[in-house]
Design a protein around this ligand. Structure first.
Ligand code: SF4
Ligand code: SF4
Length: 156
């Protein structure tokens, strides 16, 4: 009798759908798999590193690098939500298991470094001009005239 019951189970399993399902190849939207950084937008301010509860992120301003230890990341999204440049995002793919605690390092491109240095230089020049104008006004002199926006003058 037991053999007949066993045969029934085999036959039923042969022609029925599996109770389990295959691992999803496409992860649903909102899955917190791993952290990604758009290095051309990142300004290496270090805020993500300060906010990370597991100290998984390291920022090296001098070397222009941003590093993450994926095995230490708990996918809390705190760094993503606190990044002022919105260059961090959560990728859906999970970190592959491994034998060693690796660290992933990303470097800013030369183009991004040059663009950010130009922005810094322009901001410093504006600050210096504003300080000079303020000092001149405090001494009672006329503030330096602002450069003309357009050399052409229209006459009616
Ligand atoms: S908070 Fe954003 S901009 Fe600042 S270092 Fe981190 S990733 Fe870069
Ligand atoms: S997701 Fe959380 S744990 Fe992972 S790097 Fe960002 S702040 Fe740290």
């Amino acid at each position: 009798m037991a053999f007949i019951s066993f045969k029934k189970t085999i036959l039923r399993n042969l022609f029925s759908k599996p109770y389990t399902r295959k691992t999803e190849k496409e992860y649903p939207e909102g899955t917190r798999g791993h952290v990604e950084n758009d290095m051309d937008v990142c300004i290496l301010c270090g805020l993500c590193s300060i906010k990370c509860p597991t100290h998984a992120i390291t920022v090296d301003k001098a070397a222009k690098t941003w590093s993450i230890r994926p095995m230490s990341c708990i996918q809390c999204r705190c760094c993503v939500d606190n990044c002022p440049k919105k260059c961090l995002s959560m990728g859906t793919k999970f970190q592959e298991p491994g034998e060693e605690k690796i660290s992933k390092t990303f470097k800013q491109s030369e183009k991004a470094i040059a663009a950010q240095e130009a922005l810094m230089k322009a901001a410093k020049e504006r600050a210096a001009q504003a300080a000079a104008a303020k000092a001149a006004a405090a001494q009672g002199g006329a503030a330096p005239a602002a450069p003309a926006q357009n050399s052409e003058e229209k006459k009616d």
